[in-house]
Design a protein around this ligand. Sequence first.
Ligand code: BT5
Length: 330
Amino acid sequence: MIAGVTDHKIDRLVHLLVKNATVVVPGPKIAEEIGVSRTTVWEWIEKLRALGVAIKGHPRYGYQLERLPDILAPSLIRSELPHGEIGHKIIHLFRTESTNSVALQLDAQSGPHGTVVIAEEQTAGRGRLGRTWYSEKSSGIYCSIVLRPPLSPAVAPILTLLAGVAAHHAVEAVTGLKADIRWPNDLLVNGKKVCGILTEMKAEMDRLHMVVLGIGINVNHNSMPEELREIATSLALEGGRKYSRLQLLVELLRGVERYYHMLLEQGPSAIVREWSAASTYAEGKRVRVKSGGLEYSGVTAGLEPSGALKIIRDDGKRELLVAGEITELR
Ligand code: BT5
């Protein structure tokens, strides 16, 4: 049992309220349908309100949603993904250190292929190389997708690109904002980062046991912390309105499903092609590179089928970038 995991009954409460959104549902009826006491119903209602779910009403008269909630309740997500493998199992947490850490602890039984771990808040969200990911409560999407691909560890970088392409698609489809991908997979809107991806895995030399795609998207943040303001933004800050996290997450999971099948059926080159179409960084971008203690400037020259980025350095040398950071030079 994972600490803090949403009781499936609270999930049923949200589902019940959504299903009956136009009427007041009496407290005792809710208690009876879900099989808990009226006091528990009241406590859960308070918990949901604390998460920003607008619920009218009172224990004596009953409850009604004021508007559809933007809570990432598993039953709401699953009802939008009736056939997919990705999101077939969802673990929703109100608060956890890092959804990636939770996902990495799952075994084949508790976390089969396609399991998704979501948190409303992360207290120790992680970036790459021990960096931190700022995870404001209920404003963003913090999710980890468990994949168990029948593939070799060499394909892991492609899975990272795949997550970037799926996030790019979800953001553009739901918000209408124009997004870019900075290699390997920072999602940028108007030049600032709105989404980061941390891929972690458990593998042997020739076999992947599990890959965890950790995806963080800044959705409805009203402002970013001072130290991130220059480089980071949220979709709401760029679009001038709030967006449904639920809709974004559903679109993201559908995208991962679709591109994962594309990878299995058509091979890595299909993902490289999708990535290159979505990113202005694929070719002809002047960049500064930091990688393995080296620093140089150059121009990007396309992706290898492995996902590595080709760079032609200013001194004419060619480099293949497997890991590292790039920034645009203007
Ligand atoms: C990433 O690392 O961009 C990967 C972030 C992955 C976060 C998800 S959330 C769900 C899952 N569970 C986790 O614990 N992690 C994953 P990196 O490329 O190393 O970028 C980190 C850097 O981005 C930081 O050093 C900051 O400069 C900046 N940063 C931190 N929080 C940010 C935010 N919310 N939005 C934009 N930039 C941020």
